[in-house]
Design a protein around this ligand. Structure first.
Ligand code: RIB
Ligand code: CA
Length: 320
């Protein structure tokens, strides 16, 4: 089977950590590198978290490059997502992951993406699951490489309801101008958005099974305490939303996701709607669609994919 070549762009984060496990533990993917951005925590922390997860799963061969520490235009006031991901971004576990030995590359995220795209004979899929700052900067600085991008499979946005404002999703809200550049780029875009990611959850009871599945699932279980609390108490979701993992599941098994091609534009000047992905689901504007938008997911096989990836990784490395 030909593998899907991807570069992930992450703001690690608990659900990013799980997505990294899915990408590395599923044979559909060839993970060429991981770039980092500010988002769930500040850049230094999200980068360290990314390195920690790669050491945890024994994939220190995957290069990591540090990216943007703030949005392109928007004044950076770091969001405090510690109630979702913990102060350290990985759930403030009682037995935290050790400081990583692996270091990021000494080139920037955008430089890494540019060099990797330029060197590749086949087009590569970009998978941004944090603010879109790195990808937008790549678009602005390396237009000649756009044909080398097979597609952008992003996590962000929604057709209506937000989680960072009544109408804006967190990844888009953190850098709406960057997302605007991306949606106007003409690149092939798939938007794994809240409509489906809220439905792609690990049930609270199902999470209990993670304790006994294998050593990696048990570590993820320990990480997920605060994340579970957030989804139970504040979001009133039936379980823990696996936002970032949906991008990978959608790439590996498109049949799991119900989607629609739509015209999407990002509001960059609305007073109350700043950061909203205005999604023309009913084609009122009669514009040509510029994105494929996720509307629903077949939840059980999706969560099984995550569990299988963890079992694969756990079998390859014996313990933390
Ligand atoms: O809105 C969910 C997204 O925001 C996810 O990517 C999560 O990790 C946070 O970055
Ligand atoms: Ca994320």
């Amino acid at each position: 089977m030909e593998k899907i070549k991807i570069i992930m762009d992450v703001d690690t984060g608990i659900d990013d950590a799980i997505a990294i496990c899915l990408a590395c533990g599923n044979e559909a993917f060839d993970v060429l590198g991981i770039t980092t951005t500010y988002g769930n925590r500040k850049l230094e922390q999200t980068t360290e978290n990314t390195l920690k997860i790669l050491e945890l799963i024994g994939r220190t061969d995957i290069p990591v490059a540090k990216g943007a520490e703030k949005p392109i235009i928007k004044v950076y006031e770091p969001e405090d997502y510690s109630v979702v991901h913990g102060y350290d971004g990985l759930g403030d576990m009682p037995d935290p992951l050790p400081t990583p030995e692996k270091k990021p590359l000494d080139i920037s995220a955008v430089e890494f993406m540019a060099r990797t795209l330029a060197a590749s004979e086949e087009p590569i899929t970009l998978v941004p699951v944090g603010p879109m700052t790195n990808v937008a900067t790549l678009i602005l600085t390396h237009p000649e490489l756009m044909p080398k991008i097979k597609q952008v499979m992003l996590m962000g946005g929604s057709t209506l309801k937000g989680n960072a404002s009544p109408v804006a999703e967190a990844n888009i809200m953190q850098d709406p101008e960057a997302a605007h550049i991306l949606f106007k780029s003409g690149l092939k875009i798939s938007m794994a958005c809240l409509d489906a990611t809220w439905k792609g959850y690990i049930g609270f009871d199902e999470l209990e099974d993670f304790k006994n599945d294998n050593w990696l699932s048990a570590t993820i279980y320990d990480m997920c305490g605060i994340y579970a609390e957030h989804y139970k108490l504040r979001m009133k979701n039936p379980g823990l939303a696996m936002h970032d993992s949906l991008t990978l599941a959608w790439l590996a098994k498109p049949e799991l996701v119900k989607s629609k091609d739509c015209y999407v534009t990002v509001d960059i000047d609305g007073r109350y709607t700043y950061g909203m992905t205005v999604t023309d689901v009913r084609n009122v504007l009669c514009h040509r669609p510029n994105a494929t938008v996720s509307l629903d997911v077949d939840r059980v096989p999706f969560i099984n994919m995550i569990k299988e990836a963890m079992a694969n990784l756990a079998a390859q490395k014996k313990g933390r």
